[in-house]
Every structure is written in structure tokens, then in C-alpha cells.
Design a protein around this ligand. Sequence first.
Ligand code: HAM
Length: 420
Amino acid sequence: MQAVRGMNDVLPDEAERCLWLEGVVAAWFARYGYRPMRTPLLEQTALFRRAIGEETDIVEKEMYTFTDALNDESLTLRPEATASTVRAAIEHSLLYEGPRRLWYQGPMYRHERPQKGRYREFYQFGAEALGLEGPDIDAELIVMCAALWKELGLAGIRLELNTIGSSEERARYRADLVRHLQAHESALDADARRRMHSNPLRVLDSKNPRVQEVVASAPDMMRYLGEASRAHFDGLQRLLAAAGVTFAVNAKLVRGLDYYNLTVFEWVSDSLGAQGTVCGGGRYDGLFAQLGGKPAPGVGFAAGVERLLALVGAAHGAAPRRLPDAYLVHQGEGTLEYAFALGEELRAAGFAVVLHAGGGSFKSQMKKADASGAQLALIVGGDELSAAAVSVKPLREARAQQPVARAGLAARLREFLKDS
Ligand code: HAM
């Protein structure tokens, strides 16, 4: 049997890196006052259709949707978590007492063509700031990303920024854009021709050079912005400049989800190949109402954990890993029970202890102790058992083995570990 295509087993080396990143991310969110939130992996299909949009790639062809045979309900594995977070905020009246800053992390599911950096099960962490409408909060989310890249030692992630206006402004723009695309229809590829009617803004980010030529002469969204939208975008740019965050305005940046308005942004790396976007987000002021809630503004982002870890790996190599402090070797009648009790005692005192399992000669146990990466081997044989003691052998330096009484062992081990 093999894993489902595009879904990865995360083996210990990588899982340790994931855990380490999760720790960094949780502490970073806490520093900005974002509180954790978890939503189910499964949601009603209608949630994503309504939130992400019928005419997006995700809803058209990437969702894992099935009918729950027990109650004939259409369910979907979440392709992203913004829709679920807003659904939960409405369902639990989370904005009743005022705005909320929330964060989440976990697996998402999209039936895309798998390649490096693009999987069918992938992990995101993300933030959603709910109930705040000013550009200050857009700037906060972006500035905090910049701080995380810095903390992770990642240089060379650039920020692309755009505004797609209000829905009315976008509707006017869309009509003119479609007219422009229709006038140049012969230069468009099949994909752009299809999208021209279903989701014309997505034609703007086509990778096809011939389509790009048509796009280059398309109307400019900035000219369709009203005063409020322009002020929002100006305010955001001012705050980013003041915070020392550099960015490029990319008028072709539209994002692949329909819930956005005003601000959209992406953090992109050039060292990841075709899947270079490590983080994307934007504002979604219409989503609460669209999902049946009281209107409320929202803005957020999500980052791809696999892509970020690929960058962290390139920058740092292996993630820090806690090696065992001690490996417990035991041989002879009654020593296993003694070693068991000793192991528990030391773990309760805060040591990381691996108890040898699987039998074998003393020599083979010592080999395993060495391979475990532990600092010390703790040896229990018949002599140690009868003397209520343990022999401590430093494994990473040329020091003799020493007998140590079980009483006071923890304190003595701390000395051994400090010296090594
Ligand atoms: P998204 O751009 O679809 O946005 O995904 C965010 C990030 O998830 C991407 O930049 C990428 O790093 C990662 N990602 C997406 N698809 C895959 C995949 N198939 N394999 C590996 N990584 C992937 C959202 O999901 C929005 N919910 C972000 C947001 C939050 N907007 C507002 N709030």
C-alpha cells in the first residue's frame, strides 16, 4: 500500500522541523496578541462554494467533496481556513465583544497536480483579524510576516502588493476588462478565453507571454478606485514604508479566491522554483455578510509550511533537535524493573531518557546508546542493582565510567551534563 498521491508522510527529521516551526510561530503570534483557533477539517461544501467562489480553480476542480452516505450531506475537506474561521466567528458570535485577532494552523486539501512545493495535503498557518477595517491592521499583518522571516533568518522573500477595490469598483473594472479582452480574443489562449467570461480578473495573472501582451495594454485598476479605496491603499503603503518594509505594487496580482476586496498581497521567494509564493492574503470585508452573518470587515493571510520549511532548510540545515540526555542499558535478572523505575524517576525530574528495549548483549546495547545521540549511558547490571546505584558513562568524551548512588542521582546527572 502507498500513501495517496500528493499526500506526504512527514518522517521524524521533517516532523521535528515542523514542530520547531510551530513553536516559533505560536510564540510569534502571541507577541502580536493573536489567539489560537481550530476549526474542523470537514465542512459543508456550500461554505467553500459561497466563500471562495463558484468560478475559482479551487471550487471548480480542486475540492475533495463527497456525500456523507449516512445523512446525504455534501461535505468537503477544507481547502483553506478563512471560510471556516469566519463561519465559526458568526456561529459563536465571536465579534460580540469587539474585534478579534485569531490564528490557526493545520492541514488543507486541494486536488492540484502535485509537484515540488505543491501537494494535495499541505499545511498552513494563518491569521485572521476580524472586525477591524483600517489599513493599520493590513499593515500589522504584513509587518508581522516580515518580522517572522527575519526571525527565521530568511532573506530574499519579497512582498507584492495590490488593491482590487470595492466590489462596485471591481464590477466597473471587470466590464471594461472583458471588453478589452474580447477585442483581443484572437491573441488569448483557451484558458484565458474561458476565464474571460467566468473570472476575467484571473486572466491578469496568466503566465502565457502572448496573453501577457494583451494584459499589458488592459485598463488599469487604479483608475477605477474611489476615494475611500485609494485612501486605504495609500494608508497601507505609508505604514509599510514607515515600518521599513519594502514592497512592489503589482497591478496584476489578483489572488485565486473570490472573497477579497481592497488589499491583496503575496510574499514570494525566487529560490523555490515554480511554487514561489510562501504566503498570501488580503482583505475580505464582504465575507461575513456573504456567509449570512452581520457585516464585519476581515483581513488575513496564510503561509505554506512546506514551502517555508524548504527555505528554512536551505538557510539553516537541520532544525534543532533535543537529543536524549541518557540511554538506559540494563542486563541481568531484575534489572529491567529497576531500569523502568529509574527512567520514570529521571523523566519526572526533567531528563530525556531512552530505555533500551529489545534485549541483546551489553555490547550491542552500548552501541545503541551511542547511536541514540545521548550524552550519557546509564548502566544497570547485577552489581548496580544490589548496591541501589547506577554506573554513569559519558558517551561524548573520554571520561571513565563512575558508580553513582540512586539517591541524589538527578543532581549528579546535572553535573555530568553541565561538564559535557
Ligand atoms: P492561498 O494563497 O490559497 O490563500 O494559500 C496560502 C499559501 O498556502 C500559499 O501561498 C502557499 O504557500 C500555500 N499553498 C497553497 N496551496 C498549496 C499546495 N497545494 N501545496 C503547498 N502549499 C500550498 C489562502 O489559503 C487564504 N485562506 C489566505 C488568507 C487568509 N487570506 C485571507 N486570510
